[in-house]
Design a protein around this ligand. Structure first.
Ligand code: GAR
Length: 179
């Protein structure tokens, strides 16, 4: 039985997609925690699904290290083996990553190592890229840099807007992350 914690900061659509898939494999995996660093729609959606949720609000802590310590306590208390980042919009410290070494996975909306960081869709369009996509990778202390597990690519069409591209990549993410 794989016990999964999912960390989110926003809409939570990848988290919901993972929850759908995990619900179909009750003997193999269970989501034991959905935690957020800010009050967000995804946390409400997770609660509405009956998933165990925890708000570990960054604003309640003096610094990153005390916030991460509380986050780690929640993950450990839930007995999670794996930590899946799904739109978790904060950079994790080397200490936190080392504590869960090799057991934190992230999905990033670009074809890494291209376009690390934020605003990947706008940057892909501005750079005139013809290929874009999503990457699932192991988290290491360096940002968006760990070993790549999976990638899915799409072709950017000439007239595409940032919103259209973002929507297409998100659909790709929803197919990719459960693998
Ligand atoms: C997703 O596109 C995910 O890849 C991205 O945030 C979005 C979250 O959407 N993550 C990052 O940019 C991490 N650096 P969701 O909340 O609907 O899953």
């Amino acid at each position: 039985m794989i016990r999964i914690a999912i960390l989110i900061s926003g809409r939570g659509s990848n988290m919901l997609r993972l929850a759908d898939v995990v619900a179909d494999m009750p003997d193999e995996a269970r989501i034991v925690l959905v935690a957020a660093n800010t009050n967000c729609d995804g946390l409400d959606s997770a609660a509405a699904r009956g998933l165990p949720t925890r708000l570990v609000d960054r604003r309640d802590f003096a610094d990153r290290s005390s916030h991460e310590a509380a986050l780690a306590d929640s993950i450990e208390a839930a007995g999670a083996d794996w930590v899946l980042l799904a739109g978790y919009m904060a950079i994790l410290s080397a200490d936190f990553v080392t504590k869960f070494q090799g057991r934190i996975i992230n999905i990033h909306p670009s074809l890494l190592p291209d376009l690390k960081g934020l605003d990947t869709h706008a940057r892909a369009l501005a750079a005139g890229h013809t290929q874009h996509g999503a990457t699932v990778h192991v988290v290491t202390p360096a940002l968006d840099d760990g070993p790549i597990l999976l990638q899915a690519a799409l072709t950017i069409t000439r007239a595409e807007t940032e919103a259209q591209l973002a929507a297409r990549v998100l659909r790709l993410e929803h197919a990719l992350y459960p693998f």
